[in-house]
Design a protein around this ligand. Structure first.
Ligand code: URA
Length: 240
């Protein structure tokens, strides 16, 4: 059984309208709990145990939402910006009522897997530097990526600010004037992948996140598309 809450709060939290609008719905008899029409918007209700009908439809209450997005280039992974488009601009208002935020940041020009949720505790755990949740990226590099780079990354490299990275796993997919790689890192410093390649004298020209923990980007999502995660997938985010 969930904690009891006011019916107007429950319904406004899931996007049925503002508290003032819910009050009007009560007057019109649009809200029914356990077979009884609700007239008092302050009625205390168990959002999981009680049956709540809104305009004749049974509501599915939930506290948290978890979304996977294939983030496109050109969007900030922020919840507000005065100038640039943000990833929330791509999300339907019916999800925005839950106030989701991105779990960690991708650069404006980075594409790929971005998880958005309103579950602060999950986000905290995933981003905790102590947890070392792995993140795998695909990148195109201007320059020839060599076995020496693989070796250097496996030991850890020194970034421009003197930070020594943890060991990471670099796989060369194609080595040439423009190389293609996959890199798994276990931390999340600012611009980490780009700065790691700078430390070996190379430039990332395209970056895409493929996975976080054991959660993989659903490649059927086009850039800018998103979908909710399944129960199973939510667990995968924290798995190593
Ligand atoms: N590393 C980067 O340099 N940029 C990102 O967006 C993510 C990881």
């Amino acid at each position: 059984m969930a904690k009891k809450q006011r019916i107007d709060k429950i319904l406004s939290n899931i996007g049925c309208g503002s508290r003032a609008e819910i009050k009007k719905y009560c007057k019109h008899g649009s809200i029914v709990v356990n077979g009884k029409t609700v007239t008092n918007p302050g009625l205390q209700v168990d959002p999981e145990g009680d049956e709540i009908l809104f305009n004749g439809e049974k509501i599915k209450y939930r506290e948290f939402i978890y979304i996977m997005m294939n983030k496109p280039d050109g969007y900030l992974s922020a919840t507000f910006d005065k100038k640039d488009p943000i990833v929330l601009d791509l999300i339907d208002p019916s999800y925005l009522v839950f106030e989701p935020f991105p779990v960690g940041r991708l650069d404006k020009d980075t594409e790929g897997l971005l998880v958005l949720t309103n579950d602060g505790q999950l986000s905290h755990r995933v981003l905790s530097p102590k947890k070392h949740v792995p993140k795998t990226y695909y990148a195109k590099i201007d320059g020839v990526v060599t076995d020496e780079d693989v070796e250097a990354f496996s030991k850890g490299v020194t970034l421009d600010d003197g930070y020594e990275t943890m060991p990471s796993q670099l796989t060369i997919l194609k080595s040439g004037a423009e190389s293609e790689i996959e890199l798994t890192i276990h931390e999340g410093k600012f611009h980490q992948v780009k700065r790691m390649f700078e430390s070996v004298g190379k430039k990332v020209v395209y970056l895409k996140r493929l996975s976080m923990g054991k959660l993989k980007l659903d490649e059927s999502l086009a850039l800018g598309e998103y979908r909710e995660l399944t129960e199973e997938e939510i667990k995968l985010i924290e798995e190593k």
